[in-house]
Design a protein around this ligand. Structure first.
Ligand code: NAP
Length: 259
């Protein structure tokens, strides 16, 4: 299926590894020019070089922290008018809410709610003027069903989801959509980090925790960044202009609801 986005420009946030990288790879395979960013330069350059070699698309890299105003300004100076915006950043730390300070909460809200909103604010009017825009927020299945140890993720990401639900309806008549992708367990560094934290608290090994986690997934496996990226590319398709404000759960069947 031709997604009709060849030659479009995308900013893909937090994309040197994991789910962001999966999105960047799939958009590049559809012929989309990329601005990729992450804090660490080495992994970012390696990821960009691999995408250029495979697809031949133009890829610009920005080594920066997207959760800071300076980081966002750097990225937007390089690409002030993307056609596609994929928002993403590291997730909040797991733990017990009794141990989290106000500063911890502000950092989580900054990274997982206000950073995407700031990026949308900086780009959406230009998308509306050009009559094309696709915004995809990488959030978490924790928005749909809370994950006990990830209270800050449950809270901060739900705030973004609520905001986006309202905005999506105000902009779709200009062929600009906003949808959220809600990952369940995917095989990336992040799942290893959360398993390591759980292992420390419970005395189990990381391997045992991962095995139990996988057994609890109806698909009996973790998702792959490629599968995630393909869903992202679909939402960015020129043909998907009638779907907005949606929360697409990719979790191998974990969420038990009928609808
Ligand atoms: P990952 O494999 O650890 O990759 C994270 C990527 O984001 C890396 O490229 C990292 O590079 C970059 N990054 C992190 N913080 C950044 C920042 N402040 N500014 C710029 N780049 C940043 O994680 P992932 O699994 O892809 O997860 C992506 C998001 O999905 C996270 O918010 C995570 O909580 C959420 N999520 C993941 C899963 C899962 O199972 N994997 C499930 C639910 C939700 P640098 O470190 O070099 O910056």
């Amino acid at each position: 299926m031709d997604l009709g986005i060849r030659g479009r420009r995308a900013i893909v946030c937090a994309s040197s590894k994991g789910l962001g990288l999966g999105c960047a790879q799939q958009l590049a395979r559809e012929g989309v020019e990329l601005v990729m960013l992450a804090r660490g330069q080495e992994a970012l350059e390696a990821a960009a070089a691999a995408i250029r070699a495979e697809t031949g698309v133009k890829v610009t890299t920005v080594a920066t922290d997207i959760t800071t105003p300076e980081g966002r300004a750097k990225v937007l100076a390089i690409c002030p008018d993307p056609d596609i915006l994929v928002t993403n950043a590291g997730g909040p730390k797991p733990g017990d809410f009794r141990d989290w300070s106000r500063d911890d909460w502000i950092a989580a809200v900054d990274a997982n709610m206000l950073t995407p909103i700031e990026l949308i604010r900086a780009t959406v009017d230009k998308m509306m003027a050009r009559k094309f825009g696709r915004i995809v927020n990488i959030t978490s299945a924790s928005v749909k069903h809370p994950i006990e140890s990830l209270g800050m993720s449950n809270g901060a990401r739900a705030g973004l989801t609520g905001f986006v639900a309202g905005l999506a309806r105000q902009i779709i008549s200009h062929n600009v959509t906003i949808n959220n992708l809600l990952p369940g367990p995917f095989a990336t560094d992040r799942i290893l980090q959360t398993a390591a934290a759980r292992a420390k608290d419970s005395g189990q090994t990381v391997e045992d925790i991962l095995k139990a986690r996988m057994a609890a997934v109806p698909a009996k496996r973790f998702g792959t960044p490629t599968e995630f990226g393909q869903a992202c590319a679909f939402l960015c398709s020129a043909n998907v202009g009638f779907m907005t404000g949606q929360n697409l759960v990719l979790d191998g069947g974990i969420y038990p609801g009928t609808l």
